[in-house]
Design a protein around this ligand. Sequence first.
Ligand SMILES: Cc1cc2nc3c(=O)[nH]c(=O)nc-3n(C[C@H](O)[C@H](O)[C@H](O)COP(=O)(O)O)c2cc1C
Length: 289
Amino acid sequence: MMTKRVETDLYRAILNRRSVRRYDRTPLDKEIIAQVQHIIDNVEPLLDENQFEVLHHNGMLIDKAFIASMGAYGYIVTPPHALAPYIIGSQYPLVDLGYRVEQIVVRLTCLEIGTCYIGTLYREEENRLRLDLPTDSRCGALLVFGHPARSTSGRALNSLMRSVPMGNTRLPLNQLFFQETFDLPTNPPDHLSPILSAARFSPSAVNAQPWRFLWRNGGLHLFVKRYNSKYGPGEGQAYRFYDGGICMANIKLALKALNIKGKWILYGHEHEAPDHPPNLEPLAKITFE
Ligand SMILES: Cc1cc2nc3c(=O)[nH]c(=O)nc-3n(C[C@H](O)[C@H](O)[C@H](O)COP(=O)(O)O)c2cc1C
């Protein structure tokens, strides 16, 4: 499946990207902001009918008090920029949103710009009011970005946060991947490893990693765990959709980097998912050409 024109930088960005929590206060210069806007304008939709918008704020709005009021965790310091990406639409809005925002995240990583999601699902309405977002919009997370802190203490904080187990661990593939049946998870075949590694390194709220994969009849099926204790009770359980979308974006970007063609098909009325245990929720499948 691996072919000639591999986009190494893109693939490396998918695997190496980590949340940055302490930033250099200096805003990015105009040319870089223009590149960021170009990235935003060229995001690929999952569903064309969903309307995607991105508000750009400088860091003033997303201050410490705001981050805390969103119930966000983590110690996020002096991000010079923040995006409030939101979506309006009735079909898989949070999946599509995660799918689109992660493309921005990976492309910013290619430009060596640091990013961190700040989840808002516990206080979505409050977030909507404060940012004056449309009442029917969904905004599962803000995205702060900027140059990672260069000072010794800033670098130390960033690596410390990564060394916290939650921030730095990923479940092994042999706990996430199933072949043909859901009897026992197993290691994926070699040809799927580069794609599933990209999926495995996806960021997720509280690093919950809700995704599970089934390889059957030449298609890769994506499921998310219906209940994830890490998300906490109530609204936060919907992060599984946002995080599922993030994972789909990483897979799609990895296919692009590896020059493999593939298209996501969402499950719904028209497409039936393979049999699966009740604790898993089917999201989509992708077939490779
Ligand atoms: C939807 C979403 C919401 C998140 N919310 C926060 C947050 O509020 N505070 C924070 O410090 N990190 C937040 N994160 C970052 C995750 O904790 C991080 O992605 C995960 O622990 C994996 O670490 P990594 O991004 O460094 O690979 C969020 C990530 C996602 C995808």
